[in-house]
Design a binder for this molecule. Sequence first.
Ligand SMILES: [Zn+2]
Length: 341
Amino acid sequence: MDEVLIESLPDDVLASLEVRDRWRSRVARPGGGLEFIVTDLARWQPGSTVRVAFLRGDTALHKDVAAATRQITDACNLDLDFGVDEATGEHRRWTEQDTTYAAEIRVGFDLPGFFSLVGTDSNDPTLGPPVGRVGGRPHQRSLNLGGFTTARPARWEGTVRHEFLHALGFHHAHQNMRGPCENEFRWEDDPDYVPTQDPRGVFVPDANGRRPGVYTFLAGAPNFWPRQKVDHNLRTGNPPDVVAGPFDRKSVMLYSFAPFFYSTSPSPCAPMGNGLDLSDLDRRGLRLLYPDVEAGIADIAMRANRALSQLNGGQESIRVAHPAQEDRVLELLTGLATTRA
Ligand SMILES: [Zn+2]
């Protein structure tokens, strides 16, 4: 059984996301007034240019990361601007002292693992702890490609595309409510499993070959996840995954888990893609999020406008308690409402 480190945002960032999402779902509740699909708020303005900056790393690495994202921008009506200096070839950088945004997407290589905030959360100054290293503020990482400065993982281009799709608003395919993964994960231990750990603290099969379930396995090294974190990262949850569309086994957003995570073999939840390239449905999702046809853009603008007028109409349940969050929603809606083809 391999050591499996599952991708996750830091706990303090997740906590602030959960507070925000609870508020948004209250607002979006029928009768709450805001009919705009909540996940839409994660989308950048179609046709816009989103800036990217790097913390540390050399130009060769920056260039490779930028090149890997081209498959994404080729498929949709959104540009990523890496701020390449024509004369020197240098890419845009950000620092942990920044007080204004060098870029909407701020890449770091120095924290363990890979993760990214989703879409416009990347520059939401209310997300994450003010002094933390990850969050939506100018001095915080919004996307991490851990260890890329020393050694890149196998199929690193796939990792880059996975994280940048998060940064453009995509969620995980295994959490797509239309998919089979919730029922496919072996949440519980095999019956009569005796908790057994190897010297590194990884839960392994016991002397009789009974296996730990997902909860037990992730509670051990190297993840040490409490049950609630497992649920947050692996279970489907309530909101429909409007971005991912149909469940897609070839998506780069479908996480590859070890075989013992699944209750059947071969599992319908296991990925079928090459782990490198966007699938046809990934591209389709990108075009839905960032359409280049007038009708698609007009539809987004119209729905954002309607949500704005509801907010400005003084819906009591919205205009209370959370001024920073409300301002953020207004800002995002205003941007989308003014999108032009
Ligand atoms: Zn991910």
